[in-house]
Each structure stands twice: as C-alpha cells, then as structure tokens.
Design a protein around this ligand. Structure first.
Ligand code: HEC
Length: 116
C-alpha cells in the first residue's frame, strides 16, 4: 500500500512538472505576431474597414480586440476542421502553434490600432 502511494505521488509530481514546463509557452509574443499579421492577415482583417473587395465584396469579421483565447480557438478550429471557411482553413493550416499564439496576442492587444 505504501509503495502504491509513493508511486502515485511520483506520477502526480511528474505530471505537474510537465504542466509547469509548458506553462510559459502559452502566452503569445505580440511583436512576433505583428510581422506575420501585417503580411498575411491585414489585407482582409484590416483596420478600420472590415470589408474585403477581392475576389468579391464580402464581410470580414473584425478580429482586433478579441480575446487572445478566442482567436487561438478560432484559428485552431479552422485548422482542425471544426470551422469551415476555405480561405481561413488554408491560412490557419499554414500557421504553426507558436504563430497562432503570437498573432492572437498581437490582435488581442487592447492598444491595437491606437497610436503609440
Ligand atoms: C482573403 C481574406 C482573409 C485573409 C487573408 C485572412 N482572413 Fe481571417 N477571415 C476571413 C473571412 C472572410 C472570415 C470569416 C470566415 C467565416 O465566416 O468563418 C475570417 C475569419 C477569421 C477569424 C474568425 C473570426 C470570428 O469572429 O470568429 C479569425 C480569428 C481570423 N479570420 C484570423 C485571421 C488571421 C490570424 C489571418 C492571418 C493569418 C487571417 N484571418 C487572414 C478572411 C481572411
């Protein structure tokens, strides 16, 4: 019984060590995200307009100021097939895990679009 308890404690402390090691990576780097976002996303998700004229006029949702968690979930949703939109599936699938977090951090910044 004592052996079993020790084994259980060892496993649980190993799991929390793994969880702690991954924790810092969860926050995106807004500066790194900015370069990507300006190059890829801003043509459609531009500020202040939220309409795109190519290939036809269609509404593009405003993503600036959304919560970081929402943006990460949305992008992963397109990538993993839980959300369907041809363009966004293609774009999100080309992003790495880190790029998704960085871009989300960039758009989630409350100061987005304001002069600094
Ligand atoms: C060619 C135009 C285009 C480009 C480029 C583009 N998007 Fe989109 N995006 C759209 C459209 C249109 C939608 C709405 C899709 C839908 O109805 O699901 C959308 C939806 C989204 C959503 C979901 C918004 C919501 O309110 O749920 C996110 C997040 C998003 N895009 C992020 C990005 C990011 C990050 C990039 C750059 C890597 C990007 N998009 C590039 C057109 C674009």
């Amino acid at each position: 019984m004592k052996k079993l308890l020790i084994a259980a404690l060892t496993v649980s402390s190993m799991l929390s060590a793994i969880a702690n090691a991954q924790a810092p990576a969860a926050k995106g780097d807004a500066n790194a995200g900015k370069a990507k976002a300006t190059a890829i996303c801003s043509g459609c998700h531009g500020m202040p307009g939220t309409k795109s004229a190519y290939p036809e006029v269609y509404q593009v949702p405003k993503i600036a100021g959304q919560s970081e968690a929402y943006l990460v979930a949305a992008l992963k949703g397109y990538r993993e097939g839980n959300r369907y939109h041809q363009t966004m599936v293609g774009l999100a699938s080309a992003l790495t895990e880190k790029e998704i977090r960085d871009i989300a951090a960039y758009y989630a910044d409350p100061a987005f679009g304001k002069a600094k």
